[in-house]
Design a protein around this ligand. Structure first.
Ligand SMILES: Cc1cc2nc3c(=O)[nH]c(=O)nc-3n(C[C@H](O)[C@H](O)[C@H](O)COP(=O)(O)OP(=O)(O)OC[C@H]3O[C@@H](n4cnc5c(N)ncnc54)[C@H](O)[C@@H]3O)c2cc1C
Length: 277
């Protein structure tokens, strides 16, 4: 394991994967360090890629030679263009991808890329010399130097999960949070804030009577994300829509005081989150 690198990237989420592939394609010896190699490019919540504002971002990344659009196409199981009744400027591509296949395909790209090494390690500190960051310190005590260090630790810094009236530190659900590196960045004078998002409970499809739901098929013909030569090989599936009624409204009203959103337990701000209701 070399100790000296051109570029070290901390965190193999969506941002870290793009940064690592871009650096390696520019002939830089690149090391991508991440807490779990089984969670490379993991999707946090629903399996959507794109949507309003985010779809434009995916297409821009694609136009710049990035991987997300190609991997989204390769793993998509449904495509839709949102806001079709409105003007072209506010329309957006969104696909649902198979979450497990997505992270497998992205990991394969990372591991197949020349000049790029993926390694499992938590970074707990930054090395500094004369006011310049020149490396990282891992949880196992390794000191690795680099001309450039890129931190793409996403949603994990001081991560905290609320489930009803319970809360515990975590990155994504059941992943470790990153607790030491944020302190290090604070000590360098960087300001930290907290943002929030929400996510729905996962449902067991065996408990759902699909015959009572509204079917929402995907779009035909499919308009993929990527502008390059791309393919959509997986079989396409529909989404299903349901609505709340009086019974579900009563359950919510009777239990509102247990919701972290309403009890005052959540203090972070967020531009928008994915509420269950
Ligand atoms: C509960 C929840 C639900 C969400 N739902 C959606 C959704 O439905 N749709 C949507 O588009 N977006 C959703 N998001 C947002 C989406 O997950 C993020 O925008 C996206 O993951 C950010 O990508 P990223 O690469 O910046 O970071 P992340 O995907 O968070 O990846 C960061 C990576 O860095 C690693 N890491 C962190 N600290 C260290 C360290 N010290 N050393 C080494 N590795 C480290 C982590 O292990 C992780 O692999 C949701 C987020 C959350 C938390």
């Amino acid at each position: 394991m070399p100790q000296n690198w051109d570029v070290i990237i901390v965190g193999a989420g969506h941002a870290g994967c793009e940064a690592a592939l871009a650096a390696a394609k520019m002939e830089q010896n690149t090391l991508l360090l991440t807490q779990s190699v089984d969670q490379v490019a993991a999707m946090s919540c629903n399996p959507a890629i794109g949507g309003l504002a985010k779809g434009h971002l995916v297409k821009e990344i694609d136009a710049l030679g990035g991987a997300m659009g190609l991997v989204a196409d390769a793993t998509a199981i449904q495509f839709r263009t949102l806001n079709q009744k409105k003007g072209a400027a506010v329309q957006a591509t969104r696909c649902q991808s198979d979450m497990l296949v997505y992270k497998t395909v992205m990991r394969r790209r990372i591991e197949g890329q020349n000049k790029l090494v993926l390694k499992q390690a938590e970074v707990i500190g930054l090395l500094e010399e004369r006011g310049r960051i020149n490396g990282v310190l891992t949880q196992l005590g390794e000191q690795l130097s680099a001309k450039t260090v890129i931190v793409t630790t996403g949603t994990f810094f001081n991560g905290l999960i609320h489930i009803g009236d319970r809360r515990f530190p975590a990155g994504r659900a059941w992943d470790f949070p990153s607790l030491t590196l944020p302190e290090e960045l604070k000590s360098l004078g960087l300001k930290m804030g907290r943002m929030k998002t929400g996510t729905t409970p996962r449902l067991d499809r065996r408990t759902i009577d699909f015959s009572k739901l509204e079917v929402q098929p995907g779009e035909k013909p499919i308009k993929p994300f990527s502008f390059w030569e791309t393919s959509v090989p997986l079989p396409q599936v529909p989404c299903h829509i349901t609505y709340t009624g009086k019974a579900s409204q009563k359950i919510i009203e009777d239990n509102l005081h247990r919701s972290a959103m309403y009890s005052g337990a959540i203090t972070g701000i967020g531009p928008r989150y994915c509420p269950s209701i």
